[in-house]
Design a binder for this molecule. Structure first.
Ligand code: DGJ
Length: 378
């Protein structure tokens, strides 16, 4: 009899030990890595590669200085999207050459990494502002690595699509516009408030390449990759197909959300539909997110309004989008990753990580949760 009870007890204990408590994500709180240090990967993006997730983002230092790139791009790895291991700096800024495009003190934002199956290279794109030039350089930067965690080697920086008109160019864009007209609308920090379509920024930048600030990458099911960037003084997004090696723009691109001043774009695909989440253009301050969908990556894109519901929805829960990651092995599972910026002490920026839920019409929405686990997905 005693053996029988002991047997039952040991089965019970075994069952308890097997029932893993699901790890939770607490949006907006300190998110500790394997060393107990708050993850330092702002404006980041996530790549899934060979069974692991890799989170790349801007490494920030303390204080306002952290708004400049003093270190580089930080990488973390994870098997479950909750526990992250520090993999170190994947791309370092250059410390011994003040003339280098990515010299220490430049602005290097929103890095994203994709894997090219053909070349077997990991390719990183980022928004680059040359040192001491504010935000006027508006360039795209590219780096490459054989290994997912780096070290990435800087390849080049440039303004995209020089000498190419977008697929949906209007005749008016091709006409030269005097700098006096441009200065009227585009002096100082940008073209706020919205400039009329006749102010031809696209045409101004045709020869030397289009402005590229907030940016993201998207790889479609057919392996074609796209660069999505805020252009034309932030007034308009461009969606631009990359070359097969993912290292350059192909020249095949389109203008979308003209005059809508969208920043922080992130694209994902669900049931053959393309979704894009982005923000308005209010510097480091949060604003209401915008969702849009399209039957094809090049559009036509239709705006669906703010996908957030509940308290602080009008501020995207005090965050700005940076990436949407599909969850491997789960159905209809996409996670929103956003930044709660702290420009006064950049290193303390927080991450707002929430699951997308879908309404009956198949439209994704975001609801605040203090704490959640991946069990939310089927
Ligand atoms: C908003 C952008 O989304 C950020 O990446 C950063 O460029 C800030 N503006 C700078 O003010």
């Amino acid at each position: 009899m005693k053996t029988y009870y002991l047997f039952i007890l040991s089965i019970f204990l075994l069952l308890i030990s097997c029932k893993q408590e699901s790890k939770t994500i607490k949006p907006g709180e300190i998110w500790a890595d394997n060393n107990g240090i708050h993850i330092n990967a702002h404006g980041g993006g996530i790549l899934f590669n060979e069974g692991s997730y890799y989170w790349f983002g801007e490494h920030k230092v303390e204080g306002k200085k952290g708004n400049k790139a003093m270190v580089g791009v930080h990488c973390y790895s994870s098997k479950n999207l909750v526990d992250w291991k520090d993999e170190g700096i994947a791309l370092e800024v250059i410390k011994d050459n003040p003339q280098h495009d990515i010299t220490e003190g430049c602005v290097l934002e929103r890095p994203k990494v994709i894997y090219n199956v053909q070349t077997k290279k990991f390719v990183m794109w980022f928004h680059l502002e040359l040192k001491n030039r504010g935000y006027d350089a508006a360039r795209a930067g590219v780096a490459i690595s054989d290994k997912v965690t780096g070290p990435f080697e800087f390849v080049k920086s440039f303004r995209p699509n020089a000498g190419h008109w977008p697929k949906n160019v209007k005749e008016i864009h091709k006409q030269p516009v005097g700098t006096d007209v441009l200065d009227k609308y585009c002096g100082g920090l940008g073209c706020l408030p919205a400039h009329p379509d006749s102010v031809n920024i696209l045409g101004r930048d045709f020869e030397n390449g289009q402005m590229a600030r907030d940016q993201n990458l998207f790889v479609d099911d057919d392996g074609k990759a796209y660069h999505i960037y805020s252009s034309e003084e932030n007034s308009t997004l461009h969606i631009s197909q990359l070359t097969d090696d993912y290292l350059s723009e192909s020249g095949n691109f389109t203008r979308v959300f003209s005059e809508r001043y969208m920043e922080a774009p992130a694209v994902f695909k669900h049931k053959s539909k393309y979704f894009l989440i982005a923000s308005d253009c209010t510097g480091w301050d949060p604003n209401a997110a915008r969702l849009a969908w399209a039957p094809s990556i090049f559009g036509p894109w239709e705006e669906l309004g703010n996908p957030c519901v509940g308290d602080e929805a009008n501020l995207t829960f005090r965050s700005q989008s940076t990436f949407v990651t599909p969850v491997q092995g789960k159905k209809d599972a996409f996670i929103y990753l956003g930044d709660r910026w702290k420009p006064e002490n950049a290193i303390d920026g927080r991450y707002i990580c929430l699951p997308f839920q879908f309404n009956k019409s198949g439209i994704p929405y975001l609801k605040w949760m203090d704490e959640w686990s991946l069990d939310i997905f089927e």
